[in-house]
Design a protein around this ligand. Sequence first.
Ligand code: GLY
Ligand code: MN
Ligand code: MN
Length: 421
Amino acid sequence: MIVRRKILGVFFLLFFIYSVVSAQGPEYYKKRRDSLLAKLENAAALVPAAWEKDLETFRQSNNFYYLTGVEQPSLLLLLSPAARSPEILFLPARNLAEGNLSEAWTGAKLGPGAETEKKTGVARAVDRSAFEATFAYLAGKIDRLYFDYDPSPLEGPVSAGEVMLKKLRDRYPHLEILPLSRITDSLRTIKDSVEIATLQKAVDITCRSLEETIRALEPGMYEYEVEALIEYGFHRRGSQRPGFSSIVGSGPNSAILHYNSNRRKIEPGELVLMDVGAELDYYTADITRTVPANGKFSDRQREIYQLVLKAQAAAIEAVRPGVAWKEVLQAARKVIEEAGYGEYFIHSIGHYLGMDVHDVGSSQPLEPGMVITVEPGIYLTEESLGVRIEDDVLVTQDGCRVLSASLPKSVEEIEALMRSD
Ligand code: GLY
Ligand code: MN
Ligand code: MN
């Protein structure tokens, strides 16, 4: 009996350890690290995992996850072609002594050693305590370090990453320390087929949850009830979390761009703007639909809605490789300005989408493999009327594909959806 329990214990431990490494095989992440290493030459990249916060659900930092697929705090990844081993993962030692309960609190963790090397595909997985000596040796052979850290908030405590940055600067004054984003941003801007498939799934989850919610929506509900329905739909369909704070703005709140307190009661005759996105496996959707609370647009609401829709269609039409962002914006702006509402379109046309909702990327012309949002809006504060329509769009070889095309969008489609049970 005792032997059987031990075997079972080992089985569960292996299962849980496996669950902190992504579903993609280790080779998938190895290729990404190799692409980064190819750009380093006489430099190194140092990538800390996200820090764990007490009683908060852990989410790995995007760059660490992008390079390893590992969801565990307190790790350091060091990459350098100048090092004896070009890739090293530093991990705290596991304490598996009989009677030690640390992993009973947190679940099983990856530790230093061959098993982690095999599971993650990182060439060397060593004890965290070896970092200082290893880095000091490497620092003598490099002149530049790309370091990934979260800057501290304007107010509030200094971030752990910034503390580490200061130590590195003090100890290695000869090193030019640059943000890792200088290299990883361009890698992350072009999505591969796995990333596109994941984004499509996140988008589909968001579309189906929005559709279900729009059907159930009626005056008298509170904005937070709508938010709860949408986010319940996300979780029920396998999303780990919303990719950003859900925006549900009714009436006057529909005209506030990033309103997200979602506390107001929805009144008959108002518009309800829902700007939401499910995150799936570290990739998030970002979709907006604006609908009439009681299922039928008023004449004025329809007029503004159709105008935003026309502007969005013109912008999507402009999306293809080689086109500049400002041309996409201009296509939408022209439609809205010609109708006399230019001053009420108060933001840009969209942004890159990926691991972050406002994902990394530059103002370069569009390229196949980029995923962007197209989201014009008109905000008439004095009429308590705001309309934004936002879709997620993949740039393809010869144009683009709207990933969120399956979600009703025309006036007729939305009114029909709100009439159905
Ligand atoms: N949901 C935020 C945005 O659309 O940019
Ligand atoms: Mn957006
Ligand atoms: Mn949005």
